[in-house]
Design a protein around this ligand. Structure first.
Ligand code: NAG
Ligand code: NAG
Ligand code: NAG
Ligand code: NAG
Ligand code: NAG
Length: 547
């Protein structure tokens, strides 16, 4: 009895303090672009070290695209419930995530957190009130659009082209020529170094990598980084590996900075991709979702099942694979719980579930439908219920195949993981990172596809809905729609029901006033001005935090 009281007291004192939350979002990283899933051609030792000593989130779903996934992370709501379900926010389009939504940093502000974003926003900027400093963040070094060139920091979003690198609301001309991923990594480290660690920190590090850049230089990366990957034969894949290694270095630098500042022990670190990888030349890129089907922007598993992990000393029994399905909308309620939010302060109207207990016990969360997305304009919808996945329609008639490389047969350098910055930091806190455990976890996170049954009809989602048993058949080889009419009907009803809860997509057509040529060649908050160009009257109704 006495023992119990003591234990409870200790647990209480540990959990009483709100943890630092570090959310690292990679852009366009595929399922098979991390070493812990088997990719041996590229190297992600720091990311892997966190995965093996935290939880590998092996059924972590996101939406197929950047802006929708980021809106889901920030609101805890499916994009159909915020109007973010169609496409992405383009640089000269006058729209963004609704100002009526309360965002994650705003909730965390109420809980006493300091809040910083480094990197990509992509939730609207045509008026300054849509940008991060007006939406709960205290500082931002990064960019507003969906991608930019990693050296010159310009973004081509047809028909326009302009610079997109901001320090707060100002264009960071001084950073011209500096590699974006390094710039963001250094800024993240600075945020940690400057942080007063008596207060909890929320750092949202949203890398632009490994998104492709502008057509004149699709995969920019320093030559000396490319030279580290002589074994990757395919030239684009070699560049991709080099771009990704910069993200991995950044993860190492962030973990090391937290360790040096003695904050690591009180931290929760999440690493995930925003959507599946653009493989096989999609967006001019060379990601791999192998052996999952499809790519970014499609409802196949390769578009929505993302590489992800959570690391924290607060996890019970870490060094596991978490096998429950979860969705990016779940992070908001999960993180608020961890941050110590009063349950009644988390709106019941969210789509996300608090997964913290499930992560610690591996119990199933309550049964639910996971919505991958419904986009009536792009003509597709997809959901998962229990072991069943329904795909109705698709936005790309092509790109529904399986794209490599697998690279499982490429040697995996375990010592590099153990010796990485992140590896050394977490082992010094007492985490176990041994060759045996690494090998076992890596084997167990591997996806086994099963056999294709040639007597089943091909899935042609534009002709008829398809049904997959996603537990038996994670690679979507066998369309069971004809075999399971009842399940198909139940799921179509569910899809129709979800569709009936959707709000209209918020997208607006390109506004010529957004042309960067009118604003000193920068992507700008053109809606804040009465006139058509620089020099016209500023009408922004308030100035938010300045950096
Ligand atoms: C939680 O919120 C409810 C309703 O807002 C309030 O009555 C209650 O006192 C709060 N509890 C704590 C521990 O803050
Ligand atoms: C299924 O997809 C087709 C074509 O893409 C579309 O016309 C139909 O409305 C969709 N059905 C549902 C329930 O969403
Ligand atoms: C980490 O925190 C736990 C409990 O809060 C404590 O027991 C442990 O000594 C800490 N470790 C380090 C390295 O500070
Ligand atoms: C889905 O909802 C839209 C309105 O948001 C409606 O136009 C469309 O007919 C619905 N589709 C189905 C299949 O119910
Ligand atoms: C316009 O752009 C140039 C760089 O091309 C920069 O040096 C200058 O400061 C900018 N002017 C204003 C007013 O922002």
């Amino acid at each position: 009895m006495l023992f119990h009281i003591v234990v409870l007291y200790l647990l209480d004192s540990v959990s009483a303090k709100s943890p630092h939350i570090i959310y690292i979002l990679a852009d366009d990283l595929g399922w098979n672009d991390v070493g812990f899933h088997g990719a041996g051609d590229i190297r992600t030792p720091n990311i892997d070290a966190l995965a093996y000593t935290g939880l590998i989130l092996n059924h972590h779903y996101v939406t197929p695209l950047c802006s929708p996934s980021r809106s889901a992370l920030m609101t805890g709501k499916y994009p159909i419930h915020t109007g973010m379900q169609h496409g992405v926010v383009k640089g000269a389009e006058p729209w963004g995530l609704s100002l009526d939504e309360k965002l994650l940093p705003e909730y965390l502000r109420d809980l006493g957190y300091r809040r910083h974003i480094v990197g990509k926003w992509h939730l609207g900027h045509f008026e300054s009130k849509y940008t991060p400093l007006c939406r709960g963040f205290e500082s931002h070094l990064g960019f507003w659009t969906g991608h930019h060139n990693y050296f010159d920091h310009t973004a081509e979003e047809l028909p326009y082209w302009g610079v997109d690198m901001r320090r707060g609301m100002d264009t960071a001309w001084d950073l011209h020529g500096k590699y974006s991923t390094d710039v963001f990594s250094q800024e993240a480290v600075k945020v940690i170094e400057r942080h007063d660690d008596t207060e909890p920190l929320f750092l949202y590090l949203a890398h632009g990598a490994t998104h492709s850049s502008n057509p004149y230089d699709l995969l920019p990366v320093p030559d000396e980084t490319i030279e580290k990957f002589p074994n990757v034969q395919h030239y684009k894949r070699r560049k991709f590996a080099a771009m990704l290694s910069k993200v991995d270095d950044s993860v190492g630098a962030v973990v090391q900075a937290l360790h040096k500042k003695k904050m690591l022990n009180d931290s929760v670190i999440i690493f995930s991709s925003d959507n599946g990888g653009p493989a096989a030349g999609f967006n001019g890129n060379a990601a791999s979702n192998y052996p999952l089907r499809g790519v970014k922007a499609t409802p196949w598993e390769g578009g929505v099942r993302s590489s992800a992990l959570i690391w924290s000393p607060r996890l019970s029994n870490p060094g596991r694979i978490f096998t429950q399905k979860m969705h990016i909308v779940d992070w908001l309620p999960t993180l608020l719980t961890l941050a110590g939010a009063n349950k009644s302060s988390i709106p019941a109207s969210l789509d996300g579930l608090d997964m913290w207990q499930s992560m610690n016990t591996n119990e199933s969360p309550p049964p639910r439908v996971i919505l991958h997305n419904i986009d009536v304009l792009a003509k597709y919808g997809a959901i998962t219920m229990d072991n069943w996945k329904l795909i109705n329609g698709t936005d790309y008639a092509s790109y529904g195949s399986w794209y490599g490389p697998s690279a499982w047969d490429t040697p995996y350098i375990i010592n590099e993981v153990i010796d990485s910055s992140a590896g050394r930091a977490v082992t010094s806190l007492g985490c176990q990172l041994t060759s045996t455990e690494i090998t076992e976890l890596r084997e167990n996170s591997k996806i086994e596809c099963g056999e294709r049954n040639p007597s089943l009809p091909d899935c042609r989602p534009l002709k008829a809905p398809c049904l997959f048993d996603i537990h038996q058949d994670p690679c979507e080889l066998n369309n069971l729609a004809n075999q399971n009419a009842e399940v198909l009907e139940r799921m179509m009803r569910e899809l129709i029901h979800l569709n009936s809860t959707a709000v209209p997509a918020r997208n607006r057509k390109v506004d010529p006033r957004g042309n960067p040529a009118l604003w000193n060649h920068t992507w700008h908050n053109f809606g804040d001005y009465t006139g058509k160009a620089r020099g016209s009257d500023f009408q922004g109704d308030f100035i938010c935090h300045s950096a």
